[in-house]
Structure formats: structure tokens, C-alpha cells
Design a protein around this ligand. Structure first.
Ligand code: FJE
Ligand code: FE
Length: 388
């Protein structure tokens, strides 16, 4: 059986749809592979290509159109039927180096983004990965900020509509207050999963001296849920389940890992895992095939996707290739590696964002600005509210 690379990138000659379908079943995810079109003057060649970043070697057989009409011809002791001519056929795919834990179709790193420090809110510093220009959105994710805030800086009274904010503390504490009287402080290891829905106005301020650190993720809501009642899911550090295996510890914020599930309800289906890997530990984490996924490195350095890829370091977001069964990670360094793996089911809806308002159309954004301005449609409580 031969396999043909992505349809739109390859010349097939006159193949029937049936021929194509039988060839489209690929053994691994090929979205990343560079593809050259067939030159008609090549008679018959086998190309070997090493893909270091993928850790695989691919042998491709290029079969010219010029022989399309001939009767069966033989090469490499295999008769090639007429229906397979005039394209690129994959002859073999071998791993350059083993150990994907028996996983045949690993996800790979498609894009690396360094989250440089920038100013946000009132004197606060954030490292933005998702949401910066190079990576505007990663459906359903709108933003990921790694924040480090020292008083008196912070995020004073501001609104949200149309999505969820997930704040996960790693050091220090943050106090939040909203216009509905909801108030609390989250500390290192605690989680606040806030559904802004039709409207929240709140303040988020650091509660301890020195740097107060964590991650804030913005997850989009589907058009059906953008205007739901706001709500909170709050987990204290001790309520977050931890699984441990072979030098890998995972805190399960959302979704499931190593057979353990988080109690958090994700309106937009989301996986959020906080991994710490000891030196020389390795890991394979399954990810639902149709979900978008990325890793954000918080500490140390990790080898992702393929055992021979170059290590990624702290403050980098690594966008994973689509499809495949999951991600493999190796800690080949002498220090602990800490990263979050975040994946979500894409909404596939238009996104129109105006700062903290995220809707589907410009008309809805205009309406939101008006609602906020006149304290209507979910912003009623804004009229007489100010944080203390
Ligand atoms: C916001 C500017 C902001 N990242 N990380 C504009 F700073 C914010 C905002 C935050 C934020 C808050 C925390 Cl606790 C952590 C953050 C941005 O509040 F919402 C808009 N629109
Ligand atoms: Fe906020």
C-alpha cells in the first residue's frame, strides 16, 4: 500500500477518487512535511529525506506522468499498477530514533513563540504568548499571559464579556472583587475559573509583597454561551488532584491525565495540565485528535515531539501540530522541567475582539460597548460599583 501526501500539494495525474481515498490513510501526521511537486522529466526515483525535527526518515517514490499510459512496469521488484503512477508515493517511513512509547502518530512542535515581557493593566508585567501578534488566537484560546505583579501594580476595575478567564497562581496571591459582591484571594497552586458570560466587572490585584506570579488563560465561549450568566469555579491547591508516575507529576486543572479527572466543568471542552518532570523522565500524554494544543514552558528545558528536537526553554509557547495521538516530552536536562499542556476543542466561529470583549460580529461588539457604557444587559451592577 502506498500513501499519498496532502491532496492539494501533490499532482496526482488522472487518478480516480477511489485511488485517492485508498492512499490518503497516512501512518503519521503529514501536515508539516515540505512537499515538492513532481517534475515530469524525472523517470522514476526514490527520494530519501530525513526530517530531523520529526525524528523520521521518509523514502518517497516519484512516479512520472510520462509512463502513465504504459502497461505495468517494474521497479525495485514491485510492479506498479497504472493507477499509482503520476504522483508521489510514500515508500517507507522509519523512525530515526525510537521511543515514542509505542505511539505511532505523535504530535510535533509546529511553532515556537517567545513570550517577551510587556506592560499591561496598571504597571503590571505580563509575558503574552497566545494573543500576541505572531499568534493572535489558537481556537478556542484567546490569550495566555504569564504574569508577575508587584504591588502597587495590578489590574484595577475592568470588564469582560463573551469568554472565560482562568487564573492559576504559582507564587504569591491575588485578590479579586467583582461588581456582584464576589470576592476572594487565590494563592500559589489555587485556581479561579471565571465564566464572564454576558458581563463581569472586576479588579484583580496582587495580595503579597514582592512578585505575585501565575498564568491567566482566556478561553472563548461558543456563540450560544457568550451571554450566559456569569459564574465561578474555584479550586484551592489541595483540591487539585495530582497524579504521579515515573518521575512525572501532573496537577490536573481541567480534563484528565493518568486516569484521574478534574472536577472543573469546561463549557468549551478544555484540557489543562501542569506537569513537573524530573531529570531524565519522559512522558506521553494523549490529546483528543481534533483539538488544538500547545505547551507553555514555565521552568527548565524540555524536548518535545521528537527525541532529537532541540530543547525548548522557559517562557516559550510551543504550538503542536494537529491530529495524532498525543505529545511526547523528554527532560534531558539536569534540572526539573515544568510546563502546562493546554488543549481545547476548536469552536470554528468568527472572533471579533475589542480588548476584554470577545464576540462573533462587529455589531455585537458595538452593542457590548453600548451596554457597558449605559450599564445594561448584564452590566447593570456597574452603575454604583467600585472596588475597595
Ligand atoms: C485586560 C489589559 C489587561 N492579563 N493577567 C486589558 F491587563 C487585562 C487584564 C489582564 C490580566 C489580569 C490578570 Cl490577574 C492576569 C492578565 C491581562 O486584566 F483584561 C484587558 N482587557
Ligand atoms: Fe480580568
Amino acid at each position: 500500500m502506498y500513501h499519498i501526501l496532502k491532496k492539494k500539494s501533490v499532482s496526482y495525474g488522472r487518478r480516480t477518487e477511489r485511488d485517492l481515498n485508498s492512499m490518503r490513510r497516512l501512518p503519521i501526521n503529514f501536515n508539516l512535511l515540505p512537499i515538492r511537486t513532481v517534475s515530469p522529466c524525472i523517470l522514476f526515483t526514490t527520494q530519501k529525506q530525513q526530517h530531523q525535527h520529526l525524528g523520521i526518515e521518509i523514502k518517497r517514490r516519484i512516479i512520472p506522468f510520462s509512463r502513465r499510459r504504459g502497461i505495468e512496469f517494474e521497479s525495485n521488484r514491485r510492479v506498479i499498477p497504472t493507477s499509482e503512477r503520476g504522483g508521489i508515493a510514500i515508500q517507507s517511513i522509519s523512525k530515526m530514533s525510537s521511543d515514542h512509547h509505542g505511539i505511532e502518530r505523535p504530535r510535533m512542535v509546529m511553532k515556537r513563540i517567545l513570550a517577551r515581557p510587556q506592560h499591561e493593566g496598571d504597571g503590571a508585567v505580563v509575558r503574552r504568548s497566545i494573543g500576541r501578534m505572531e499568534l493572535r488566537h489558537l481556537d478556542p484560546f484567546l490569550m495566555l499571559d504569564e504574569f508577575s505583579v508587584t504591588p502597587p501594580a495590578g489590574f484595577p476595575d475592568h470588564p469582560h464579556r463573551g469568554f472565560e478567564t482562568v487564573t492559576y497562581m504559582t507564587q504569591g496571591a491575588f485578590t479579586h472583587q467583582d461588581f456582584a459582591g464576589h470576592k476572594g484571594t487565590i494563592r500559589a497552586g489555587d485556581l479561579q475559573w471565571m465564566t464572564a458570560g454576558r458581563g463581569i466587572i472586576h479588579s484583580e490585584m496582587p495580595a503579597e509583597e514582592g512578585p505575585n506570579k501565575g498564568l491567566q488563560l482566556w478561553i472563548n465561549l461558543s456563540s450560544k454561551e457568550k451571554m450566559i450568566e456569569p459564574g465561578y469555579q474555584e479550586l484551592q491547591s489541595q483540591d487539585i488532584k495530582i497524579a504521579e508516575r515515573d518521575g512525572v507529576e501532573v496537577r490536573i486543572i481541567a480534563g484528565e491525565a493518568m486516569g484521574i479527572k478534574s472536577p472543573v466543568y469546561t463549557r468549551t471542552p478544555t484540557m489543562y495540565l501542569d506537569f513537573t518532570m524530573k531529570p531524565s523522565a519522559q512522558l506521553h500524554q494523549p490529546i483528543p485528535e481534533s483539538w488544538n494544543a500547545f505547551v507553555y514552558i514555565m521552568e527548565g528545558e524540555g524536548v518535545l515531539g521528537s527525541p532529537n528536537s532541540s530543547p525548548a526553554t522557559a517562557h516559550h509557547a510551543l504550538v503542536l501540530s494537529p491530529g495524532g495521538e498525543g505529545i511526547s516530552v523528554w527532560n534531558k536536562s539536569p534540572k526539573p522541567l515544568r510546563f502546562v499542556l493546554i488543549a481545547g476543542k476548536p469552536l470554528n466561529e468568527p472572533v471579533v475582539q475589542y480588548g476584554p470583549f470577545v464576540m462573533n460580529t462587529q455589531a455585537e461588539i458595538d452593542q457590548t460597548i453600548e451596554d457597558y457604557h449605559f450599564s445594561r444587559n448584564g452590566f447593570e451592577k456597574a452603575k454604583y460599583w467600585k472596588s475597595q
